[in-house]
Design a protein around this ligand. Structure first.
Ligand code: PMP
Length: 461
């Protein structure tokens, strides 16, 4: 591509594309960043520059870019049966096998789980919308039509459709969109580093959160609350690891009040935390599990919702009376997506990518701590498996030091994500990343931090 073609492509973009989650004025000023190719962990820009993608796209390319095996699986599936819907009992082999395999994987890796069926969709957002609708369906069928409110958490990210975006607990996603819907409540964000009080132990902080939740349930009335939704590790909020004992105590409160647990594993599913599922890492016993991203490593847009036996039994028992379950999408269970997902799971298993995530997680943390841990701008470095965060500290409210560093990081040849809730940069490389790539990325990030220092100092004043 020559310079002129690039320019006109950028202009065409600016004049025709409505980008998601993008500032219109920034795009007009700076133009788009156009990418042309990717292989493994490395992505290439139209300028010819290559970058290490320490975000795996948007936490989604778990097996890395350019996997021919997935291309082939998709091509073969398209040749065989390019589309099949699943309405009215229609079905197809790859999707049947994928549902069976997901149930088996979840059962084998999440102790105490009891899941019965898998529903397919297209994205993390619609999986969470499905979860909300199934909570309503469940409680309507049980004769508890008032039990519908959903408790989510501040700082949570669950998507951006009307329902999932309402569950999201980051105000900037709500402003000017008349969100959240009023059946959604938000309880405090569990992030000890930023929100624990001086002198408060982590265990005491957890107890404070749990008491707040109990108070919220008592105030609203347990008979009005259908479900609690949680990411096992909060991703977009800032890679918040649950504080000590959090999920154990949470689970107990939910059990006592007959409140369902929705585990949003859109990021944590498929190896990100060092196990197949974050529910396994933290001992969750969910009734609905939302999956997307790593399900196909983003080679195809596909989501899955795994449903517990206790919910399924209610659906099954009411079936004669209710008839058709009036929920689903054209692409629910798409056989091409399912074939790609199966091939993706083959890679995950063959290369033990969940185990690799567990092994390389500490390498990533150590690489970041030794290179940027002493910076006066950095308050905390944390993570589990291959999801890690650098949190900046000491800046005025609303300042975005992490965005300045991210800009320099792009120049230094590493893509990181500057997150929208707190001044946090996340690192979530493909699980196929090598140790050498992790070290190189951390080196580049350290160079970026150094280059950003004058701007960060100015921001402090
Ligand atoms: N849940 C979580 C935890 C997510 O991180 C995301 C996407 N970042 C979503 C849901 C929404 O997924 P999608 O963008 O595919 O709708």
């Amino acid at each position: 591509m020559n310079e002129h073609t690039n320019l006109s492509l950028a202009q065409m973009d600016q004049m025709s594309l409505f980008h998601p989650v993008t500032s219109i004025s920034d795009l007009q000023k700076n133009g788009p960043s156009i990418y042309t190719a990717a292989e493994g962990v490395t992505i290439t820009r139209d300028t010819g520059a290559t970058l290490l993608d320490m975000g795996a796209g948007l936490w989604c390319v778990n097996v890395g870019y350019g996997r021919k095996e997935l291309v082939q699986a998709g091509a073969e599936a398209m040749q065989q049966l390019s589309f099949q819907h699943f309405f009215g009992g229609a079905s197809a082999e790859p999707t049947i096998r994928l549902a069976d395999r997901l149930l088996g994987l979840f059962r084998d890796t999440v102790p105490g789980s009891d899941m019965a069926r898998v529903f397919f969709g297209n994205s993390g957002s619609d999986a969470n919308d499905t979860a909300v609708k199934l909570v309503n369906y469940y409680n309507n069928l049980r004769g508890k039509p008032a039990k519908k409110k959903i408790i989510a958490r501040e700082g949570a990210y669950h998507g951006l459709t009307l329902a999932s975006g309402s569950l999201t607990g980051i105000k900037s996603y709500h402003t000017a969109f008349d969100m959240p819907l009023d059946n959604v409540l938000h309880t405090s964000c569990p992030h000890y580093f930023a929100f624990g009080k001086d002198g408060e132990s982590e265990a005491a902080y957890t107890d404070r959160l749990i008491t707040e939740l109990e108070d919220m349930i008592a105030y609203e009335g347990a008979d009005t609350i259908g479900a609690f939704i949680a990411e096992p590790v909060m991703g977009t909020g800032g890679v918040f690891l649950p504080p000590e004992g959090y999920f154990e105590k949470l689970q107990d409160v939910l059990d006592r009040h007959d409140i369902l647990l929705i585990a949003d594993e859109v990021i944590t599913g498929f190896g990100r935390t060092g196990n197949w599922f974050g529910s396994g890492t933290y001992g969750l016993r969910p009734d609905i599990v939302s999956l997307a991203k790593g399900l196909t490593s983003a080679y195809f847009p596909m989501s899955a919702s795994i449903i517990s036996t206790r919910m399924w039994e209610v659906f099954e028992n009411a079936s004669d009376e209710m008839g058709v379950v009036m929920h689903g999408f054209t692409y629910s269970g798409h056989p091409v997506g399912a074939a790609i997902a199966l091939a993706n799971l083959d890679i995950m298993e063959r290369e033990n990518l969940a185990g690799r995530s567990a092994t390389l997680g500490p390498v990533l943390l150590e690489a970041l701590r030794t290179r940027v841990g002493d910076s006066p701008f950095v308050g905390d470095i944390r993570g589990i498996g291959l999801m890690a965060a650098v949190e900046f500290t000491g800046f005025p409210q609303g300042a975005a030091p992490h965005k300045i560093v991210a800009r320099h990081a792009t120049v230094a040849g590493v893509l990181t994500r500057a997150l929208p809730y707190l001044p946090v940069t996340s690192f979530s490389p493909p699980l196929s990343v090598t140790e050498a790539e992790i070290i190189e990325a951390a080196d580049r990030y350290a160079r970026a931090l150094k280059a950003a220092t004058p701007e960060l100092e100015a921001l402090m004043k």
